[in-house]
Design a protein around this ligand. Structure first.
Ligand SMILES: [Zn+2]
Length: 505
């Protein structure tokens, strides 16, 4: 008997402190596939699901699960896929348009047995708390009560009661930095197919910790999280367990229930699901005091670069602008690090990105080689990010996939790459595409917390995180509305009472 299972994506990680709303143009710049036929081609083995980011993401993994476990009896029905880089909340109209396309696609798909949704779990929409729960509820209403729903989530999802009750199965990434997008879609697909066929009866349990930060830098390859991720892997493959996840929450989310969470889904065994979710919660709670390292100011970072004169010849220092991490929803228009490079780091050959669509528009007709002087940055919030006067020579103009139009201004020893869209700079290919060889620089500025460490492995001789002042500072969490005491803002000796309260909220 042929089963029909639809698949779709709506994903973006929202920084609630960002003044830059996310619009359809931001999805279009990153990944927006509204034609089902095109989506089906992209998730095939020969296709590229999200060109420029990864060939295989969640939907390719799901398609692989259908190919592997479908026994030729499962039809995968493409709907639509939308993914934008991290940023401010989606505008109401942007969310309405994307949700409308998804619901129309499901209506046009005909009778279904299951739906797989690739979601983020920390998406925000202006004026709407917990949009993923809203989407799950609307999809449920559209397809009917008997249809099985599975969703994958980012490791940084803020798991809510609405998500847990809105889906039969949830599966989160098991890596940080994330590199198992396809594997997570595969896990969600495998569990969904088992449920659709009646071969498994998904039975879930979860825990919601009063904890927004902890686990040190959170990387799965490093202590203290390495041991927890290993245990998570073992538990999710244990007999009777269909899947398990740990969610470390994006800390700039304005859902009042913000916090870490654990989740387990078993085949009909409630007690086992409770045990797995509970065990993971205990381990997560135990690492809550592992803090992030203190970050140096730019001056100290530049001194560290200068101290490695010999190593500089072998490759640059990768400097993460920790106060304006586009990968965590920073606007990318923060001028503070650029100002420091022009003033205190003027002796260093440096490449840095900054977002300013107006400067790009103003310079697009200017011939390369001409002298230019512009006020750059601070378009969304001039107080948080004061505009900066930059004078120099227009060195390059180029349109880059994912970034929009880019102009490069050479000012002293700094190559400033002004982008039209959010400058999600985490790969050396960004600079090379602009004629800037990373090996010739002392400093390359990156705008991701961790992925750049993988992509810059060959070039990077020194990793530095600098703090200036911006919306991806970790103390931003103190500006968010929380529904009760959470670590580290409050002293809590036990998590269970707050877990009970938060799960029933
Ligand atoms: Zn994440």
């Amino acid at each position: 008997m042929t089963r029909r299972v639809a698949y779709l994506r709506l994903a973006q990680e929202t920084n609630a402190l960002s003044p830059a709303p996310t619009e359809l143009a931001d999805f279009a710049r990153t990944h927006l596939v509204l034609d089902p036929g095109e989506l089906a081609r992209r998730v095939r083995r020969t296709g590229a699901e999200v060109p420029g980011f990864t060939r295989n993401a969640e939907l390719s993994g799901f398609a692989r699960a259908v190919a592997r476990f479908g026994r030729g009896e499962v039809e995968a029905v493409p709907i639509a896929s939308a993914w934008a880089v991290s940023g401010g909340p989606l505008s109401r109209s942007c969310y309405a348009a994307l949700k409308g396309r998804i619901l129309a696609g499901l209506a046009a798909a005909g009778p279904l047995d299951g739906v797989y949704l690739a979601l983020h779990g920390a998406m925000g929409v202006e004026g709407l708390v917990d949009p993923e729960s809203d989407l799950l509820a609307e999809v449920r209403a559209a397809v009917g009560p008997g249809v099985k729903l599975a969703a994958s989530l980012d490791l940084h999802a803020n798991l809510t009661r609405g998500m847990v009750e809105g889906a039969d199965v949830l599966a989160g990434y098991h890596t940080n930095p994330h590199r198992d997008h396809a594997g997570t879609g595969f896990r969600a697909g495998r569990a969904l197919l088992a449920a659709v066929r009646g071969e498994a009866r998904p039975t879930v349990a979860w825990r919601k910790l009063p904890m927004v930060l902890g686990g040190g830098v959170g990387v799965d390859l490093l202590a203290p999280m390495r041991a927890i991720f290993r245990r998570l892997g073992r538990l999710s493959r244990a007999p009777g367990v269909l899947d398990a996840s740990l969610f470390m929450c994006h800390p700039w989310n304005d859902d009042p229930t913000l916090g870490w969470a654990t989740y387990a889904v078993t085949d009909g065994d409630q007690a086992l699901a409770e045990r797995v979710a509970d065990e993971l919660a205990e381990h997560a709670w135990a690492v809550r005091h592992a803090q992030l390292p203190d970050l140096p100011e730019p001056e100290a970072a530049f001194a560290a670069v200068r101290a490695r004169t010999g190593a500089r010849k072998l490759g640059p220092a990768c400097v993460c602008d920790a106060s304006d991490v586009v990968g965590a929803g920073g606007t990318g228009e923060n001028t503070r690090l650029v100002r420091a490079l022009l003033e205190d780091g003027a002796d260093l050959r440096a490449y840095a990105p900054i977002r300013d669509a107006e400067v790009v528009a103003a310079l697009w007709q200017t011939p390369v080689g001409e002298p230019v002087a512009v006020d750059v940055g601070g378009r969304f919030d001039a107080e948080a990010s004061p505009p900066l006067r930059v004078a120099g020579r227009l060195a390059r103009k180029k349109e880059l996939s994912g970034f929009g139009r880019v102009v490069v201004i050479e000012s002293g020893r700094l190559a400033l790459c002004v982008t039209e869209g959010p400058p999600m700079v985490m790969k050396p290919s960004f600079y090379r595409a602009l004629g800037l060889e990373p090996f010739r620089a002392d400093v390359v500025v990156v705008k991701s917390f961790f992925p750049f460490r993988l992509f810059f492995l060959a070039e990077n001789r020194l990793t530095l995180y600098v703090r200036t002042h911006g919306i991806t500072d970790f103390d931003g969490v103190t500006r968010l509305p929380l529904d009760g005491p959470v670590h580290p803002l409050a002293e809590l000796s036990d998590w269970r009472a707050e877990d009970q309260r938060r799960r029933s909220a």
